[in-house]
Ligand binder design. Structure first.
Ligand SMILES: N[C@@H](CCC(=O)N[C@@H](CS)C(=O)NCC(=O)O)C(=O)O
Length: 209
């Protein structure tokens, strides 16, 4: 059984969501980021970066949320949640995943880093304006990549939509508006999935215990 180290309202929901979609049971261990538990020696032994999500697998600990989602889907999802390697859909999957984590995510992440994540002496007030500008450009690309498809690779929901859906929910939480009708409909479609709600609720429930 997998063990997922996470904390509510973070990227760990991506991994919990993938596990829920796949119907895999997992142990959830809350690493309280507010109390600095990610910097404990025990946790650093699992992930030297001191970050969640971290997934304990039969092959050892794995980090990087987007990679974990793809690995889990490839291993357990067969063709349901992950397009076949080398297929046209897999091309769209890889393109979408890399765009999301290297282009779109960075605008949201830098926006937060310069407001409350970085030590105060490294925060640049101008970055809010810069990241909002870059966010708009990235959303234009996201809307174009989705086009009139239901999901990023076509008709089937896959791991890349977990990351895409999570980023749209993150954008809403950061009050970053996106005015594209196809993205609004996509956000509803993806974020209304049972597995997403279950993952979210499970993380919140464990953080209180
Ligand atoms: N690229 C990594 C980013 C992981 C990351 O930055 N996680 C944050 C929570 S969303 C974290 O653990 N922060 C704690 C810290 O940096 O001290 C991923 O996608 O997994």
């Amino acid at each position: 059984m997998y063990t997922l180290y996470g904390f509510p309202r973070t990227r760990s929901v991506r991994v919990a969501w993938a596990l829920e979609e796949l119907g895999l049971p997992y142990d959830y261990k809350c690493i309280n980021l507010k109390e600095g538990e990610q910097r404990s020696a025990t946790f650093l032994a699992l992930n030297p970066a001191g970050k969640i999500p971290t997934l304990l697998t039969d092959h050892g600990p794995m980090s990087e949320s987007a990679a974990i989602v793809t690995w889990l889907m490839d291993k357990h999802g067969q063709q349901e949640f992950t397009p076949v390697l080398g297929s046209a859909e897999r091309m769209l999957y890889e393109q979408g995943m890399h765009f999301l984590v290297t282009e779109l995510e960075q605008t949201l992440w830098n926006n937060e880093k310069h407001q409350f994540v970085l030590p105060e002496e490294y925060r640049l007030p101008k970055m809010k304006e810069v990241t909002e500008y870059e966010f708009k450009i990235a959303m234009k690309t996201f809307s174009a990549l989705l086009g009139d498809k239901d999901y990023l690779t076509g008709n089937l929901f896959s791991g890349v939509d977990i990351v895409g859906g999570h980023l749209l929910s993150w954008a809403r939480g950061s009050k970053m508006e996106f005015g594209y009708d196809n993205l609004k409909a996509y956000a509803e479609r993806v974020l209304s999935r049972r597995a997403y709600r279950a993952a979210w609720q499970n993380e919140v429930a464990h953080s209180k215990g």
